[in-house]
Design a protein around this ligand. Structure first.
Ligand code: NAD
Length: 469
């Protein structure tokens, strides 16, 4: 088997491709990363010294444009990693019917070693390089955050792009997950973690599956361990806890903490802010080596930090019955096989963490439409629903309090619509994966079924497009 993250993604692709019965050349076109751009540029540090920073942008597939995918800041990011992540983006977008090809960017820096103004200079210069090479634009390639970046960097990207392309009407759609005031959308920050919650909840609502795993139906009461309390992990943990799950373990860079009776997420976050660590949280047991936290007894494990965390080495010791892959590529194919044999149900990354790109798509649409979702219809709905409530009231004689009337007649605002669209997307996509799995046979795990579904969708797009020239 080819090594490295890219080799691992391609290994899964090959296994799934063999089940599609599609033409070998077409499958090769789908698997191939169409283009990778490498940049190296000088950056002046705050102390006046110069450094050279390396970065990449990979566009895996142009069967739909623009291409879409995050930009990560990481000390060890390299071209193959970015290509692997770009490929996952293509497959992910196809699964959730987001009309984009896959892309990914990376800048090789340890963001924690740079000041904010240095990070801003790095981000703006990288964006300039993307503009110069026609690698960014609302119809070309649209970045988003990933490991080590957030809406702050996206605002710098949007500002740099629109400064370099003055007057471009749709310019703000060049990047997503921007701050609200810069054309962002309500609910994007929470979207990936929320999507992880919806996807996991959907799986837990499958009574037959839960029975086969020896678990009760529903997310309430499930014991959950989360690795990584960044954007994805924090919100996944938050919504799981709000859904009634019990957070029995949390893992960060500095180690892990556990408490079978449950950990209060907000209190842990506060403790980490004050002490710089999740360790020594009152009432919790410390686990010095964070990785060992993955082996805590639990029902659901959510790796939401980095790739390649569950390997053939630790897979035999994982006690979770369900693994919900918040991160991209946290499970190696060897570990996947071990988990499958052990009856652990893995909800694959290309499905379950697709909430971010789904809401990024909504943001892109919002930017192109130049109007906030719900702005036109919210009040209209409220008036119409209000009339219905009044009609109900006079027909039944039931008097509604002002608060009840307000609740019953509320119109949908932007965040309601975003969350509703996200929930619909996650549910529909899981049903499609499940249906495909049922057709392929139960020995096919959800990841393979998801890949088969995705490859088939991309194949149809390529076939419909034909070949140029
Ligand atoms: P982030 O930078 O916001 O958070 C990552 C967190 O993981 C940080 O809190 C970091 O301290 C922690 N971490 C780092 N190394 C760790 C280790 N060895 N053990 C435990 N914790 C560790 O990044 P993010 O945006 O939350 O992304 C996390 C993962 O989710 C990545 O694989 C990313 O590709 C994937 N992802 C992100 C999004 C998104 O919208 N942000 C969407 C889909 C997938």
């Amino acid at each position: 088997m080819a090594g490295g993250f890219l080799g691992q993604v391609n290994t899964i692709f090959d296994r799934a491709a063999a089940l599609t019965g599609r033409d070998a050349a077409l499958l090769k076109q789908i698997k191939t990363c169409n283009v990778v751009m490498a940049v190296s540029f000088p950056v002046r540090r705050d102390d006046g010294t110069l450094i050279v920073v390396d970065g990449w942008r990979a566009q895996h597939s142009h069967h739909k444009t623009p291409t879409k995918g995050g930009i990560r800041f990481a000390a060890d990011v390299h071209d193959e990693e970015v290509m692997a992540l770009a490929a996952l983006m293509s497959y992910k977008c196809a699964i959730v019917d987001v009309p984009f090809g896959g892309a990914k960017g990376g800048i090789r820096i340890d963001a924690s070693k740079f000041s904010i103004s240095e990070l801003e200079r790095i981000t703006r210069r990288y964006t300039f390089e993307l503009v110069r090479k026609n690698f960014i634009g609302p119809g070309l390639d649209v970045p988003a955050p990933d490991y080590g970046t957030s809406s702050r960097e996206m605002a710098w990207i949007a500002d740099t792009y629109t400064s370099l392309r003055p007057g471009e009407l749709d310019g703000l759609a060049c990047v997503t997950a921007k701050p609200l005031a810069q054309g962002g959308i309500r609910g994007r920050t929470q979207a990936t973690g929320r999507g992880v919650y919806y996807g996991t909840r959907e799986v837990c609502n499958d009574a037959a599956l839960m029975k086969s795993l020896g678990l009760s139906t529903g997310i309430a009461g499930k014991r959950v361990v989360v690795q990584g309390l960044g954007n994805v992990g924090y919100y996944a943990a938050k919504y799981m806890a709000e859904g009634g799950a019990v957070l029995v373990g949390l893992i960060e860079r500095e180690g892990a903490i556990s408490n079978p009776d449950g950990l209060d997420l907000e209190a842990v976050m506060k403790h980490r802010k004050e002490t710089g660590s999740i360790l020594n949280f009152p009432g919790a047991t410390n686990i010095a080596k964070g990785l060992a936290g993955l082996e805590l007894p639990c029902d659901i494990l959510v790796p939401a930090a980095l790739e390649l965390q569950i390997t053939k080495e630790n897979a035999p010791r994982i006690q979770a019955k369900i693994i919900s892959e918040g991160a991209n590529g946290p499970t190696t194919p060897e570990a996947d096989a071990i988990l499958h044999d052990r009856g652990v149900f893995v909800i694959p990354d290309i499905y379950v963490n697709a909430g971010g790109v789904t809401v990024s798509y909504f943001e892109w649409v919002k930017n192109l439409e130049h109007v906030r979702f719900g702005r036109m219809e919210k009040r209209f709905e409220e008036t119409a629903f209000g009339r219905l409530v009044d009609a109900m009231s006079s027909a039944t004689g039931k008097k509604f309090s002002d608060a009840e009337r307000q609740r019953l007649s509320a119109g949908a605002g932007e965040e309601d619509l975003v969350n509703s669209g996200l929930e619909e997307t996650m549910i529909t996509a899981w049903q499609a994966i499940n249906e495909r799995r049922a057709r392929l046979g139960k020995e096919v795990d959800p990841r393979l079924a998801a890949f088969v579904l995705s490859i088939d969708k991309i194949a149809v797009s390529y076939q419909d497009l034909g070949i140029f020239p």
